[in-house]
Design a binder for this molecule. Sequence first.
Ligand SMILES: [Zn+2]
Ligand SMILES: [Zn+2]
Length: 351
Amino acid sequence: MRSFQVCTCGEPLQLSMHATPVPEGTEVLLRMLAAGVCHSDLHLSDGYFDLGGGKRLSVVERGMKLPVTLGHENVGEVVALGPKAAGIAIGQKVLVDPWMGCGECMVCKRGDEQLCTKPGSIGVFRNGGYSDHLLVPHSRYLFDIGDLPPEKVAPLACSGVTTFSALKKVGPTFATHPVVIIGAGGLGLMAIALHKAMGGHSTIAVDIDPGKRAAAKQAGASAVIDGAAPDAVAKIVAATDGGSWATIDLVGSSATARLGFDSLMKAGRLIVVGLYGGDITLSLPPFPMRALTLQGSYTGSLNDMRELMELVKRTGLPPVPVATRRLDDVNAALADLRAGKVIGRVVLTPA
Ligand SMILES: [Zn+2]
Ligand SMILES: [Zn+2]
């Protein structure tokens, strides 16, 4: 089995050759068909997230063990089953929910494995899909994709479920008022498309890059705003007729969180999703006086993934641009993503 692994943080992924695993117990072995390249793979290969103020969150201290194969947006074909694997058959093509926990604790039992304090996520804490094969611990993480194209389905595992779960947090104004989406990269275009499929009112996209703003407009955003403009707050307030009821920050930098927070309506809600890094300072009295909500959202639950697959089967795949590249080009794909050259999603295919 050929896999691309983080061996040393901050260095390119290295090709590693090892024996293809034989599934045991409830495990399921997939032959990889498609693996999406996500922005968080950059942080994982760097080895840290920026906490702002010069502080860093080390992924190794958080429990990532090296070497590890990256890749958490995976679609594969079932090729071998452990003796206790059930509910899945050889030959099925499946999307893998990578956000698994211990499966035993109260958080996992209530259905939020993605928030388990002992996370076991594929492509982070266990080997992922930048490889020709992928071992999945249990069939409950697998979702049949039918005849859908694997490279278009793969981004649903992170980009899709993350934006779907954030959109579900918008609340009662979802169908009556615009949602402001900050960041029009892969996540942003996915959010715009899913918002429409879910029956949302409209989206206003904010990005500093004119190419990404154009892509957002084409994807169906009713308005686009330059996040770097000195009057960006005023522009968002004007476009939302007095302030945003709900803003989803898919970047998560000091600048975007500030912009999102400062352009909320009274009782508005800022949902921070992106992990770019940084910090903001909030004056407390306006926080209760304006009845604001600041909320984080991390990936999504198994139930979110199930609902998302049902939505996609009912309304069609989100029309997010997908470019495929060979698995062997993974380091070049990561470099392009780091340089901001990617519109939509790059998906690696083994062939
Ligand atoms: Zn991701
Ligand atoms: Zn758990």
